[in-house]
Design a protein around this ligand. Structure first.
Ligand SMILES: [Zn+2]
Length: 315
């Protein structure tokens, strides 16, 4: 099976050092966390957990969570290696979250908004009945209260354990956003690494403003699947933010350190406030205390075994 190749974790928790997935640099974990999980060497944006994202985006103490206890049901009695019902229980215990989406109201530099953030740690940020329901509820609440909606996507796509029910969430979230749009309320989608499958193909792509973090993988089917299907070499940077900006799929790329300022500017613009006053950049680094990197060298890298070529795939 294809997923068995992803067995080894690149991001080992608890270690003092972490290796950049993009440039291979060894990063001091404390400094890395304080840079909000962005590589100090190459600027690669690692996936950010939902709660960290909220802390980085919302004004301190303004986030009020809604529909926290919505949980999924195993309607299909789905069973792969572990029954879905059991997987839900263990994932909830491991992450402390009820599902892959955190929703509520918040203020961004004083501007009230409805905020929805996906959590990749919860079953790959997959969209099932709870994610769809929370987005729909968030949009309905925002329509009623005339609050602009900000959605952070980070997902492997639809949740296969929920079959057709998960696919229905595509139409449901798009419908909710359409009604929001008809009521004259703005929506902003922020696509972060990775945003794929049914999430890209639904709510993440239909908001009024489409923002992406640098270097994020954004697409429907993965590049390997596409290359195999069309039997052609894919262009350089295919399905990455920069490529999609060039092709007109997204409106702009915003670095994590500038995201809050940019969102405040767009929210101000969308709600008839003074966009220039709302923008006033606040560099993320300035808010942080400098972290002393220990004098010790990062651990020497062990020579890696050559990746096994999968003969079956070549055939
Ligand atoms: Zn790097």
């Amino acid at each position: 099976m294809a997923w068995t190749r992803f067995g080894k974790k690149k991001d080992m928790p608890g270690g003092l050092w972490i290796k950049c997935e993009s440039c291979g640099a060894m990063l001091f974990r404390k400094e890395f966390e304080q840079k909000h999980r962005v590589c100090g060497t190459c600027g690669y944006h690692f996936t950010l957990p939902a709660r960290d994202r909220i802390a980085l985006t919302a004004d301190p103490g303004t986030f009020e969570e809604m529909w926290k206890d919505l949980t999924a049901r195993d309607v299909l009695e789905f069973n792969d290696r572990v029954p879905y019902a059991e997987k839900l229980v263990s994932t909830k215990a491991k992450t402390g979250e009820s599902d892959a989406m955190v929703t509520g109201t918040a203020q961004v530099k004083g501007i009230p908004c409805a905020l929805g953030v996906m959590n990749f740690q919860f079953l790959g940020g997959s969209m099932g009945m709870v994610v769809g329901e929370k987005i729909a509820l968030l949009c309905e609440m925002a329509t009623e209260r005339k609050l602009p909606v900000v959605l952070f996507a980070c997902s492997g796509g639809a949740r296969m354990h929920e079959g057709a029910v998960s696919l229905m969430q595509m139409a449901k979230t798009c419908g909710a956003l359409q009604r929001l749009h008809q009521a004259g309320v703005a929506s902003i989608s922020v696509m972060t690494h990775p945003t794929t499958g049914g999430v890209t193909a639904s709510f993440a792509s239909v908001c009024d403003m489409l923002i992406a973090e640098p270097g994020a993988l954004i697409g429907f089917a993965g590049p390997r699947v596409i290359a195999t299907t069309i039997k052609k070499e894919l262009p350089k940077g295919f399905q990455r933010s920069e490529f999609l900006l060039e092709k007109g799929q997204i409106d702009r790329i915003v670095a994590r350190s500038a995201m809050r300022d940019e969102l405040a500017r767009l929210l101000a613009y969308a709600t008839g406030r003074d966009a220039v006053a709302a923008f006033k950049p606040v560099p993320v680094a300035a808010e942080l205390e400098a972290v002393a990197v220990p004098a010790v060298e990062p651990p020497a890298e062990k020579p890696r075994k050559k990746a096994k070529v999968r003969k079956a795939e070549e055939a």
